[in-house]
Design a protein around this ligand. Sequence first.
Ligand code: NAD
Ligand code: ZN
Length: 234
Amino acid sequence: MIHISATDRVFVLTGAGVSAESGIPTFRGAGGLWRNYRIEEVASPYAWQRDPRLVWEFYSMRRRAASAARPNPGHHALAKLEESLQDRFSLCTQNVDDLHEQAGSRRVVHMHGELFKSRCDRCRRAPFDDTETYEPPRDVPRCHCGGHIRPHICWFGEVPYDLDKIADALDQSTVFIAVGTSGLVEPAASFVARVRGRARTIYVGPEEPANNFAFSDCYWGKAGELLPQIFRCD
Ligand code: NAD
Ligand code: ZN
């Protein structure tokens, strides 16, 4: 049981594992390969420069796969926890799907972007909602400024979003819970080290993450099975 007192502030970090039971494959589960390309070769600024149509083909495929997915009991349990803790809760996800929002979570930071948003690769226009697919023979969409519209995704080699906001929430937290994340992708993998010593650090997932040493408590199992039953709030 994770006991949450009336003064605790909870920071939750989720990874691909929380969406696995909704049918969205994890990064390594998919073999890290797509049509014989390494993920880095379709999800990097280099890939965008070299072959933007291929990049859009990849993200169109991911949009289609994610649009059929529905939240699982793990997403719902986190939305329920937020409902009881309100501003004492923050959720940072590495996932680009919208399953946390579909489950009712409101305080969600998508540090790696959002699959159903796009933005211009040239001007400062804000990212906008976009559920379209852009596959050949469709051209790469253009912005009114002449730039190209790209997925609002933090690619390999790019800086994750909202790091200041995340750092503030981490520094205020007294309970840190990581769910379904391999502890290999930086900077998210180091969040636990930042709070360790000051906050309780808890891991939830079926396998040991690479940064396992930094957690004080681990709950081994599936997010959709464990999360609905492990929180006890005062
Ligand atoms: P990862 O694929 O590296 O690791 C997934 C982790 O989930 C593993 O540790 C695995 O043990 C665990 N897991 C598997 N099934 C689980 C379950 N039912 N419950 C709980 N945990 C489970 O994922 P990562 O650490 O998030 O990093 C990979 C990167 O790939 C991220 O940057 C992310 O943006 C991206 N990604 C996102 C999605 C998505 O949006 N749903 C899917 C795949 C990859
Ligand atoms: Zn533009």
